[in-house]
Design a binder for this molecule. Structure first.
Ligand SMILES: [Zn+2]
Length: 319
């Protein structure tokens, strides 16, 4: 274990590892972690510190403010085999720059699944095609921060490229913790009507419209949901998950993926794992959600990390 870690990080690391070892897993796969250019991340943190609209006016003390390399190292110490670098533009002309940064970040960061983003602007389709050709394995779209209609005609070609390539898109399209003009299940359902094979991963389990997004996943077999912040004490205070929908979570167990929002979370990483465990859906469900579903989706083999590409998703064998 690295000697850079503080005593409390060391203790948390041991607890996180005990969690997945106890399930008999080779580690975790976390599809929703944020890494972005330093000055963008600082702005995001300042926004949370100032209780911006996205926090719904709630106190949001960010737990992991270490330097970038230490944050990535901490994930690896937790045993997160593969994680993403969720980044997103809030205006036109920004996506290409972010994607350029993300290529470099994925290259220099073991465990990172090369992540890209998009925005409704002229050239969106070719930008997405370039990113896929550069090896992007997952995209992030943020309907609330970007304040755009995901069914905007400017994105139609981009969704088509992603559907065809089978590259998943983590999309923040629910109305929690704060609604936007185009959040909620309806705009994204229009996208899926046009692109039924699009592999959307609905962030935050669709918070706060949990049941509407479960409906969507039940209707569209390529729709998945990530657990980011869902079921934590923090989220349950703001947007409680309806207990009556628990059996539906069990039934969709092969399409629910661990996500956490690390590092921008107001509680320790371990709490997200305990929040899933206390749902009482059992070890087989936890194994699928915390590792196997995403490992399958991204074609990770037993002994590789997110930076390497397995056979299922394309290029040749690595290591
Ligand atoms: Zn997030």
């Amino acid at each position: 274990m690295s000697d850079h870690l503080t005593a409390s990080a060391r203790a948390e690391t041991a607890d996180v590892r005990r969690f997945w070892e106890g399930l008999g897993l080779p580690g975790l796969v976390d599809v929703h972690t944020h890494f972005m250019p330093e000055r963008v991340l600082r702005k995001v943190w300042a926004y949370f510190d100032a209780l911006g609209p996205l926090t719904g006016g709630v106190e949001w003390p960010i737990t992991y403010r270490q330097e970038e390399s230490e944050r990535a190292e901490l994930l690896r110490e937790f045993g997160v085999r593969a994680f993403t670098a969720m980044l997103y533009p809030h205006k036109p002309g920004m996506a290409r720059w972010l994607n350029g940064w993300a290529v470099d970040f994925a290259r220099r960061t073991p465990g990172c699944l090369h992540t890209s983003t998009l925005f409704p602007e002229p050239g969106a389709e070719s930008l997405v095609r370039d990113a896929v050709e550069a090896g992007a394995r997952v995209f992030k779209a943020h309907v609330q921060v970007g304040a755009y209609d995901p069914a905007d005609a400017l994105l139609d070609g981009a969704w088509g490229v992603l559907a065809e390539a089978g590259v998943p898109v983590v999309i923040h399209c629910g109305s929690g913790p704060a609604p936007g003009t185009y959040t909620g299940p309806e705009p994204i359902a229009r996208v899926l009507a046009r692109h039924p094979r699009l592999r959307l991963i609905v962030a935050h389990l669709g918070m706060s419209e949990y049941e509407d997004f479960l409906d969507l996943a039940e209707r569209c077999t390529e729709v998945r949901l990530d657990t980011t912040m869902a079921f934590t004490d923090f989220a349950e205070r703001m947007a409680p998950f309806p207990r009556r929908a628990l059996p539906r979570l069990a039934d969709l167990g092969d399409r629910i993926l661990l996500g956490t929002d690390f590092p921008n979370i107001p509680y320790p990483y371990l709490h997200q794992l305990h929040a899933l465990e206390r749902l009482g859906l059992g070890p087989a469900w936890l194994r699928a959600v915390c590792h196997d579903n995403a490992a399958g989706l991204f074609g990770l083999r037993e002994n590789e990390s997110g930076s390497e590409r397995g056979n299922e998703s394309g290029s040749g064998a690595v290591g």
